[in-house]
Design a protein around this ligand. Structure first.
Ligand code: GLN
Length: 542
């Protein structure tokens, strides 16, 4: 029978609940305990797919094509799991399925209510994941902040879980901000006390409290948190600012949190084995080299928009003992001030990420051109791949005004066009080409050398693709499509063999990138950046 850990947050959001939940998972996993993780997002959207990354950060894509909250990305990276769409619950999803049941007549004669119908649906889903994952411990992170109106049905459901599963099988973790006032340098626990009170009002007494603070909390703050939280001091932990988020499991484990949870669940574990994890963390925090990467995007104001990509770049960096410094640049800047493009020569590599719509695309195309002409290592992902094709079509193949029909439906040369199966689709939710698809790599290409295999499986999220009508002219001019779908009709990777490193993919390697096992395209890019910086010959990866 699975045990359940519920993580709630207080005072304000973005306090690091996702990293804390992942870290708790890691502490258990390193003790041989099998875990899975669920994220609850109390918004009314059915999934994250239709949300602007500027508001909520990136949409994380699972193997099975779920468009989910970015926290699933943290769980996957920390715990090396491959989660499913069902691991992300939203208010929209829960209500949709209860309303469908009501329409079907499942509740015939009864009045359908938040309690018990909505709360039962939530609990059923948590238990279904416990069963299907076969996990010893199911971690559930409740998004938002305790006290939010939309979070209440979820908190009520997890409150009932203790009653039904028993207190020996459930654990409530509450994390809240403990700010330090810059005038007096005092640690302030009052906001945390209030959020614990709010949680109690809902009927949940936390078993352990994690103070999220810029520094390790002092004895006085710890004593107050324990006293007002009604928990022993040994159940209070502190997640303080670290150089890297990957240090958080080590920080908490050192304070005894892993042992505390195991004791609480009656697990007799020998100590945690963090050997591999520490090895990776060392490479991240004590690098030997450094590279500067320009990320040219359209959501540059919010780094969470590109979190999986940024982490994949760092994973690649760790494998070359290299710190990856990323500068997030708004592509539109290069449209408004074209001379700014020359600033890109100050970077060791140029990266063009995913994106949608026309805004900023000319700026991104200018960045691709600059990379190609100045032979600066380049990596393009999804839209970056499509825009690199457009740049090549315009400036090498002389196809004037070549474009994607997404950007200009009237372009004379739609080198990127809507996938045929996308025609006629009106609904926006969950209708892109999503999730894992197989890709065949051609022997002798850089892609094949990088991945060292004929066949790879990578995640996707797009509606447009390379238009085969232009295949001949593009390849005749020197562009190589080294990776293709199994039927050979879908272009998945491109490379320019006469450049130091110029690579792009239609798929998103970042979603499967892991600490210690970086995505090969990201690793190839960073190692090319560092090699070029050190004046070494072009890497072949073979
Ligand atoms: N907008 C492009 C498409 O839909 C690229 C999508 C992306 O970058 N994820 O095909």
């Amino acid at each position: 029978m699975a045990k359940y850990i519920f993580v709630t947050g207080g005072v304000l959001s973005s306090v690091g609940k996702g990293i804390l939940t992942s870290s708790i998972g890691k502490m258990l996993q390193t003790r041989g305990i099998k875990v899975t993780v669920i994220k609850i997002d109390p918004y009314v959207n059915v999934d994250a797919g239709t949300m602007n990354p500027y508001m909520h950060g990136e949409v994380f894509v699972t193997d099975d094509g779920g468009e989910t909250d970015l926290d699933l990305g943290w769980y996957e990276r920390f715990l090396d799991l491959s989660l499913k769409q069902e691991n992300n619950l939203t208010t929209g999803l829960i209500y949709k399925s209860v309303i469908e049941k009501e329409r079907r007549g499942d509740f015939l004669g009864r009045c359908v209510q938040i309690i018990p119908h909505i709360t039962n649906e939530i609990k059923n889903r948590l238990r279904a994941i416990a069963r299907s994952s076969n996990a010893d411990v199911v971690l559930t992170e409740v998004g938002g902040t305790v006290g939010d109106i939309e979070g209440l049905p979820f908190l009520e459901a997890i409150r009932q879980m203790r009653l039904e599963e028993g207190s020996e099988n459930t654990l409530y973790v509450h994390v809240a901000l403990v700010p330090i006032l810059d005038v007096t340098m005092e640690m302030k626990t009052k906001p945390l006390q209030h959020s614990v009170n709010e949680l109690r009002r809902i009927g949940i007494q936390p078993d352990t409290i994690v103070a999220r603070s810029p520094k390790m909390i002092d004895a006085e703050a710890l004593r107050k948190i324990a006293l007002f939280g009604t928990i022993p001091e040994t159940a209070v932990f502190c997640s303080y600012n670290a150089d890297s988020v990957y240090q958080v499991p080590l920080i908490l484990d050192k304070q005894g949190m892993g042992d505390f949870i195991c004791q609480r669940f009656g697990y007799k574990c020998s100590g945690a084995d963090f050997t591999e994890w520490k090895h990776f963390v060392d490479a991240i925090v004590k690098p030997e080299h450094e590279v500067n990467i320009a990320l040219v995007g359209k959501y540059a104001g919010l780094t969470d928009s590109y979190v999986s990509m940024s982490e994949a770049l760092r994973h690649g960096g760790a494998a070359c003992k290299t710190r990856v410094c990323i500068t997030y640049l708004e592509a539109e800047k290069f449209e408004q001030n074209p001379e700014c493009i020359n600033d890109l020569k100050n970077y060791d590599g140029i990266f063009v990420p995913y994106g949608f719509g026309a805004r900023g695309t000319e700026g991104k195309i200018a960045a691709v051109k600059f990379a190609r002409e100045n032979d600066i290592p380049f990596l393009g992902i999804c839209y970056g791949f499509q825009l690199a094709t457009i740049e090549f079509a315009r400036n090498v193949c002389n196809l004037k005004d070549a474009n994607s029909s997404e950007i200009n439906p009237d372009t004379p040369h739609p080198v990127i066009d809507l996938m045929p199966e996308q025609r006629g689709i009106e609904y926006k939710g969950a209708t892109m080409r999503l999730g894992v698809h197989k890709i065949i790599l051609e022997k002798g290409t850089m892609a094949h050398n990088l991945y060292k295999t004929n066949e790879i499986h990578e995640r996707h999220r797009h509606r447009f693709e390379v238009n085969l009508d232009y295949y001949e002219v593009l390849t005749k001019n020197g562009l190589i499509y080294s990776g293709k779908s199994t039927d050979g009709r879908r272009m998945e990777t491109m490379e320019l063999p006469n450049r130091y490193f110029f690579f792009a993919s239609q798929f998103h390697g970042e979603f499967r990138s892991r600490p210690g096992r970086p995505s090969p395209e990201y690793y190839g890019f960073i190692s090319a950046c560092i090699n070029k910086k050190m004046g070494k010959p072009k890497p072949t990866f073979s």
